[in-house]
Every structure is written in structure tokens, then in C-alpha cells.
Design a binder for this molecule. Structure first.
Ligand code: 3PG
Length: 400
């Protein structure tokens, strides 16, 4: 983007593909981290006199307009953060978008409605995606890719559009890739990875890749119970992905052979029911050993012994990558595991990276100072796929 700015952008229509996919409670944004992350790029372009058109997806609407997934709240928040009026187009490439972009003065910013209200955005069909990319291209003279959270998606605005316009990487993508390179090419050891979240299936590929690269992998969150089951323990009604058990067993074996410590919870907080997330009423969980989860009970957070164990495994790390909460942290009774891991990263003398929407939101909503971490990534799936060594369509398109 510095190259673009030095060439001069005054009067040019610059489409910034951002990732404004923020968590919403109705129309209230509960974590605006992703909007703040794209500000440097949007500000720099606006200050240089560009006519900035911000485009993003939000959630997973079904290829047609759906008010529940409108970008209007994100556009309003972007305006507040910029301290400027931000125009909003009620469609993505239709009449409203055309008129809004045509009405922009130099230095002004507009947001167009959710890209995924158009079936062409996510289509598997190259021609259909290409058609939509053509319509997006008609809105701009230049493309800036800065939606790091979506670079792993082969979508029209991420992959096909840059090929149709002069294209540049924004500041956020440059920063994110710089950090991820430190985790792949330039790792300070020991390299410790903490993985949580609900689904093992989302993390298998990264575990596979890390088994040869990290010294320790700590497992928490809902996915830990599939590991415990694979070791032959009863897990009551805890989250289980039965079809993943063979892969998990294979990883447990391979970790042993490779000398990688794959560390599982030794105790867990359990209850008979999933907590009420609306009222956040006390859930009164009990702590049990990880190999003694009673029938009819589900594990909802790592226990106190595991918190201590994981903190000790993180204490001497040279590099830490953490993705995925350790428990149902949105409920106060199940937040301690995630807090303990976040605190261990804060206390770590190593280079610490938090990846993924949920862990990043956890860090902020649990009251941690963002500055206490080496880097908080805006990409969940994107950072995992980068670490897996995959080619990311949105980065390949910008490098091309
Ligand atoms: C994310 O939240 O990881 C990104 O915004 C991508 O969203 P997606 O998983 O719906 O493509």
C-alpha cells in the first residue's frame, strides 16, 4: 500500500476488501477489533484523497439479502472510529452502490452491503464468481486487499477481483503475514501451541502440521473431550466428534514418536447441563479428574490442576501460538481456563500470538490489555491455514 500511496491515489476509487465480520448481538457489535484493525489502511487512503469503498462479508447469509447480516452496524462503527461520515450502500453492486460510489468526494469513505448477499461471492463456479467480480471491479480503479480473516476463502472479492484491478496489500495483511512468518520461518524455541475451541475437525490439519514443528501442544476446549475419548476414557455427555477418533489416535501416537508433548487436561469442570447463556445464571459446576467424568455430565472448561499445568508448560516458551478458548468462557463459571491461558501468555517472556475470532474476543472481553500480547490476529481459519502451510487464495492473488 505504501507503493500505491507514493504513486498517488487522489481522486481514485479504491476498493478495500476488509474483514468486518464482527460478532453481533442483534445490531450491537460486541467486539469491534476487526473494524479497528483495518483503520490504518482506510485512514491512509482517505487522507491521501482516495475515494474509499470498503467491502466485506458478515456471517454466512445464503447468497441473498438478509437483514440479520447487514453491514450497516459495522459501517456506523467505522464512521465513529474514523470520526467521519461513512456513506452506506444498501446493496453491494446494484443501484445504491453505484450511486453511493459516484457520490463520493475525494477523501470520503463508503461501505457497500454484505458481499455474501450475492451468490456469486462464494460460488464454486468460476464463471459465476467472475461475473460478480466484474461488477465489483466496475466500482473501483484500484484494489487493496486487507481482509486478512478471509484470505483463505476462494471468493470473488478475495480471489477473482484482484486479478481485474491493479492490486496492493493493506497494512493489516502485511502485519499479519509478517507475524505468521515468525511462527513458520523464524521460531524462537521452545514453541508451544495452545489449541481449544469446539471442534477437533477444525484443528486436525494444524495439529498434523505442528507435530513436526512445535515442542508442545496443549489441548483444551470442547475438542479436548474427543482426545480423552480416543484415550479410552468415558466423557459423559461432553462434546464428541466420534468420526475424528481414528485421526486423533494417530496423532497421539505420532506425537509420542516425534517427541512432541501433546498435553491433555488432567481435570475438568462438569455439569449436567449446558449453562444458560442468556441469564448467565450460576451453573454450579463440579471439578472432576479428566478420566472420571460421570455419566450424564459434560465437560465445560479445563479444571484448576490443568490451568496450573498449562501455565507451567507455557512459562518458558520462546514462542506461543494460541487459538481457541479453553471452555465456555462467555459464562463466568467457565471462564477461568481461558483466563489462565491468556494470563500465561501475558506473563510469558516469549513472542505470543493469539489467533482466531473467539480467542481474540475472549482476550478483550475478559479484560486483558491487548498490548500485553505480541500480536492478536484477526484471522481464525486464515491463520490456521497459513500455519498448515496451505496456499491462501487471497494472498496468492495479491502476490500475483
Ligand atoms: C472468520 O470469521 O474467520 C472470517 O471472517 C471468515 O469467515 P467465514 O469462515 O464465514 O468464511
Amino acid at each position: 500500500i505504501d507503493e500505491l500511496l507514493s504513486e498517488g491515489v487522489a481522486g481514485k476509487r479504491v476498493l478495500v476488501r476488509a474483514d468486518l465480520n464482527v460478532p453481533l448481538d442483534g445490531t450491537t457489535i460486541t467486539d469491534d477489533g476487526r473494524i479497528r484493525a483495518v483503520l490504518p489502511t482506510v485512514k491512509a487512503l482517505a487522507e491521501a484523497g482516495a475515494r474509499v469503498v470498503v467491502a466485506s462479508h458478515l456471517g454466512r447469509p445464503k447468497g441473498a439479502p438478509d437483514p440479520a447480516f447487514s453491514l450497516a452496524p459495522a459501517a456506523a462503527r467505522l464512521g465513529e472510529l474514523l470520526g467521519a461520515d461513512v456513506a452506506f450502500a444498501t446493496d453491494t453492486v446494484g443501484e445504491s452502490a453505484g450511486a453511493t460510489v459516484a457520490g463520493l468526494a475525494d477523501g470520503q469513505v463508503a461501505v457497500v452491503e454484505n458481499l455474501r448477499f450475492n451468490a456469486g461471492e462464494t460460488s464454486k463456479d468460476d464463471a459465476e464468481r467472475g461475473e460478480f467480480a466484474d461488477r465489483l471491479a466496475a466500482l473501483a480503479d484500484v484494489y487493496v486487499g486487507d481482509g486478512f480473516g478471509a484470505v483463505h476463502r476462494k471468493h470473488a472479492s478475495v480471489f477473482d477481483l484482484p486479478a481485474r484491478l491493479p492490486h496492493y496489500a493493506g497494512y493489516l495483511i502485511a502485519t499479519e503475514v509478517g507475524v505468521l512468518r515468525k511462527l513458520t520461518d523464524d521460531v524462537r524455541r521452545p514453541y508451544v501451541v495452545a489449541l481449544g475451541g469446539a471442534k477437533v475437525s477444525d484443528k486436525l490439519a494444524v495439529i498434523d502440521a505442528l507435530l513436526g514443528k512445535a515442542e508442545r501442544i496443549l489441548i483444551g476446549g470442547g475438542m479436548a473431550y474427543t482426545f480423552l475419548k480416543a484415550q479410552g476414557h468415558e466423557i459423559g455427555t461432553s462434546l464428541l466428534q466420534e468420526d475424528q477418533i481414528p485421526a486423533v489416535r494417530e496423532y497421539l501416537e505420532r506425537a509420542g514418536k516425534n517427541g512432541v508433548e501433546l498435553v491433555l487436561p488432567v481435570d475438568t469442570l462438569v455439569a449436567a447441563e449446558f449453562p444458560d447463556m442468556k441469564t448467565k445464571a450460576p451453573a454450579n459446576p463440579t471439578t472432576v479428574a479428566a478420566d472420571a467424568i460421570p455419566a450424564g455430565h459434560m465437560g465445560l472448561d479445563i479444571g484448576p490442576e490443568t490451568r496450573k499445568l498449562y501455565a507451567s508448560k507455557l512459562a518458558d516458551a520462546g514462542t506461543v501460538f494460541w487459538n481457541g478458548p479453553m471452555g465456555v468462557f462467555e459464562h463466568p463459571d467457565y471462564a477461568e481456563g481461558t483466563k489462565a491461558v491468556a494470563q500465561a501468555l501475558v506473563d510469558s517472556p516469549g513472542f505470543t500470538v493469539v489467533g482466531g475470532g473467539d480467542s481474540a474476543a475472549a482476550v478483550r472481553t475478559l479484560g486483558f490489555d491487548e498490548q500485553a500480547f505480541g500480536h492478536i490476529s484477526t484471522g481464525g481459519g486464515a491463520s490456521l491455514e497459513y500455519l498448515e502451510g496451505k496456499t491462501l487464495p487471497g494472498l496468492a492473488a495479491l502476490e500475483d
